[in-house]
Design a protein around this ligand. Sequence first.
Ligand SMILES: *Cc1c(COP(=O)(O)O)cnc(C)c1O
Length: 439
Amino acid sequence: MALAFASTRSPEQKISFKEAVFRGLAPDGGLYHPDAVPDLRELFQTFSPDTGFIEIAGNTLQALLPSEFSTEEARAICQRAFPFSPILRKMDEDLSILELFHGPSCAFKDFGASFLAAVMDSILAGKDQRAVILTATSGDTGSAVARAFYGSSNIDVVILYPSGRVSPLQEKQLTTLGGNISALEVKGSFDDCQRMVKDAFVDRELIDRILLSSANSINLGRLLPQSFYYIWAAAQVSQDERPLLFCVPSGNFGNLTAGVLAWSWGLEVERFIAATNANDVVPEYLESGVFTPRPSVQTYSNAMDVGDPSNFERLLAIFGGDWEEMSAVITGDTVTDQETLRTIAEVEKKSGVFLCPHTAVGYLASRRFLEAYQGSGKPQIISLGTAAPGKFTEIVEEASGKKPPLPEQLAGVMELEKKSVMMENSLGALKEFLLGRFG
Ligand SMILES: *Cc1c(COP(=O)(O)O)cnc(C)c1O
């Protein structure tokens, strides 16, 4: 029986993974979600600390979607998607950091973006069809998407960003690739960029003439591959008898949802810790059973500043909307900005390891869980490292008094020449650009 996917809001209309990847968001506004829970326990048992990441990714993809990908196709897609790997860094006996920031944009979103690019490319390759990925960014996700699709021969990428409102490093990452990546510098805010993209997706003339697609973080093609590194990390510690916990610094909750999916397929995980900054609507729900989305507040871990996390809908779907079941598997914890700074300083001082502010949120939540742990059978925790500390030089330096090294992927980018197109903040201007270039 093949796994199919349906909107969280209308479970009866099923589509394939390949279709879901091009649609992004479901037409009813819901998120695509698996319609069944495959049992992969036997497969997971074949993985050991020696099994490579690409092998784990390819075998898992094929086992999930046997009717959509042959073993060879699954392997080729993962090979193309992941020229970089996760690294498990042991901090002490009980706690390790799963470093997910060794890809091209130095953040875990590279795994999802790069896999999505490889899948879309492989689907279009046989079809003599071109697609245009249209995406708005407030800074960070845009660069993961740009790097992932850079050099694709079937796909062009158009990124809209608010002029003067992204950091100089982020702007250079978005605007210096060239080739099939176009950067539009919009005279407006991030919300204006997002509105232009949304309007473009419903413009009849545009969608008739160009195969438009999105690559935002709710795309199933970005969610699914994020489960692979949980499976890989669990295999790395599979000789260890202790119960395993994952701690996930969370904002929009895609990363955590992918881990919980792997658990639902049979990965042996005792519990997940959902670590947030002051944007704590999910920890609050886990504690009280009441979900109250609200406007986000700004923190040092700004990629986690989300007041109404989209993937909460998927988490609810996994647990059939049952609060008790969800809170039996996920524990929440909230970390303040002051605690984040203190954690960065303490860890640097004690072990010489720099943490980015997001990773520090997860690290402190993991420490607190271990300290509060009562009873026998003390667990081990793998805490996810979501970005390289060198992407957040100012905050890490403010906290620790030392400058973290700039990752080699980013060194040099400041010297490259910016190539962007200035654009008025209107659908008309965007349309003219798209039709002129791709129509
Ligand atoms: C996106 C992001 C997060 C939050 O991940 P979600 O899947 O949105 O919960 C955490 N840290 C960094 C560095 C990020 O870029």
